[in-house]
Design a binder for this molecule. Structure first.
Ligand code: AMP
Ligand code: ZN
Length: 478
């Protein structure tokens, strides 16, 4: 199935074709690390994690970069307020980013920092000056925006419109108001690096051009970020990179729409910048993933107090079904081992064929949805269809191991992309239940009835039903 991606550049869904067969290079603009990431940032982080996972699912080897902006005005200001260095502040929030995104089941990406790439940035800026598309002015360096004809290609604005929108600069160092800064002269006491233009630090846009080239190549497959970055950030990145390398920065530009809280735009000053750290104290990361992925990434997402509760119910439903499948398979294998027959119970051919068909349909639905510009809400529906088929099947008295395994495998395949199943916890809960059941049997052997009853009660509260069968003790979830 061909993967289709909506390309902001052409405003069309296009068939995805990677530069190198079997490989994808992808860069997403990451957070400015002066604070904890908030729920808005998490939309971008979770969505591009899913893109990376789906590309891997269909067989690509993916090189994925999410940068950290670890020096800018906000970092400098906050570090001053806190009496710490910019680096200490950035270190703290980078560590927090890793902890928070792990809680959101976000997987691997390379996370380069601006401050570790200053020589590459300086070389990039020098290259642009050499090509006469940038100029030094009073210790700053600016990009000559008019030199890049395609400026406006991503945000679909033209330079004239943009000029109207730009107020006349107070600072007279720019030759033209829409020129943007590549290198900023250091103010006194500010963190700085030496450069051919004196002490200073990189402007915002140049970091991504330099790091994308260094870690992924001069032209990459996919460049992503939130839609707020289309202009000016991505326009500037595209202009810098193409001016230096003579080829486009990226073939596909992808932008996620914004997440709003109670229909209001998120902002820290409005006090609605709910952090992931706060949210994960009382909620599971999988629930937030569900919230984010239940809306297509190009539609605005309105978050409210109810969103997580609804997500919790949905995620629990999927997990119950998955846990029950695993439990049925586990007990089936135990029973077989006890009987030492090694044979699996017989099951009607019809039921097995039904399961096979349901699994194939759900997987095809999942793949069709994801390959249609990452339609995650539909992909979640496919997982629910799978859960419904599994629940139907588990009504039968004697489930067949092959069918249970096929259902479990399909769940796991989808979850390699969506990450909504509590696999690790399910395992540890299973182990704990096994241990308690063993303790209960021991209590019964030693006629310690009160302890045996106590454990039984406890398990009932957990929703576990314990049954004495001729083959020994079995348990299942309600
Ligand atoms: P920032 O730290 O503000 O530079 O943002 C880091 C990333 O999160 C960028 O890709 C932004 O576009 C994205 N982002 C920030 N706020 C939101 C939001 N409310 N909804 C969706 N994406 C956002
Ligand atoms: Zn960027």
């Amino acid at each position: 199935m061909t993967l289709k991606i909506y390309n902001t550049l052409t405003r069309m869904k296009e068939d995805f074709k990677s530069i190198e067969p079997g490989k994808v290079t992808m860069y997403a603009c990451g957070p400015t690390v002066y604070d904890y990431i908030h729920i808005g940032n998490s939309r971008m982080v979770i969505f591009f994690d899913v893109v990376r996972r789906y590309l891997e699912y269909v067989g690509y080897e993916v090189s994925f970069v999410v940068n950290f902006t670890d020096v800018d005005d906000k970092l400098i200001r906050k570090a001053n307020e806190m009496g710490s260095s910019v680096q200490e502040l950035a270190d703290k929030y980078i560590q927090a980013y890793h902890e928070d995104t792990k809680g959101l089941r976000v997987g691997k990406a390379l996370n380069p920092r601006v401050t570790e790439n200053i020589p590459e940035i300086v070389a990039f800026v020098s290259g642009l000056i050499h090509k006469d598309v940038a100029y030094e002015s009073g210790g700053d360096v600016y990009f000559r925006t008019e030199s890049f004809e395609k400026y406006g290609q991503i945000s679909h604005k033209n330079l004239e419109d943009l000029q109207h929108g730009i107020r006349v600069e107070v600072d007279g160092r720019k030759k033209s108001p829409q020129d943007f800064v590549l290198w900023k002269k250091a103010k006194s006491g500010e963190i700085n690096w030496s450069s051919p233009w004196g002490k200073g630090r990189p402007g915002w846009h140049i970091e991504c051009s330099a790091m994308a080239a260094k870690y992924l190549g001069e032209t990459i497959d996919i460049h992503g970020g939130g839609e707020d970055l289309q202009f000016p950030h991505h326009e500037c990145e595209a202009a810098q990179s193409e001016s230096l390398h003579g080829k486009p920065l990226a073939h596909y530009w992808m932008h996620n729409a914004f997440l709003n809280i109670e229909n209001e735009k998120m902002s820290k000053s409005m006090g609605n910048g709910l952090t992931i750290r706060q949210l994960l104290k009382e909620n599971r990361g999988e629930w937030l993933r569900f919230v984010i992925l239940s809306t297509h990434y190009r539609n605005p997402l309105n978050y409210n107090g109810e969103s997580l509760h609804q997500a919790e119910a949905g995620v629990e439903r999927l997990n119950n079904s998955f846990a029950n499948l695993r439990y049925r398979l586990q007990t089936l294998e135990q029973v077989n081992a006890a009987q030492e027959t090694g044979n699996l119970p017989d099951l009607g051919q019809n039921e097995a064929a039904e399961v096979k068909q349901a699994v194939e349909q759900a997987l095809a639905h999942f793949n069709r949805s994801m390959s249609e510009d990452f339609n995650t809400p539909d992909a979640i529906t496919a997982m629910f269809d799978l859960a419904a088929a599994a629940n139907r099947y588990m009504q039968v008295d004697k489930a067949a191991a092959d069918s249970l395994k096929a259902l479990i495998a399909a769940f796991e395949q989808m979850d390699a992309v969506l990450q909504l199943l509590y696999t690790e916890e399910a395992e540890s809960v299973d182990e704990e239940v096994d241990r308690l059941i063993e303790e209960r049997q021991e209590a019964r052997r030693t006629k310690n009835w009160s302890r045996a009853d106590e454990i039984r009660e406890f398990l009932i509260n957990l929703g576990i039903i314990v049954e004495d069968t001729p083959q020994g003790i079995r348990w299942r979830r309600k």
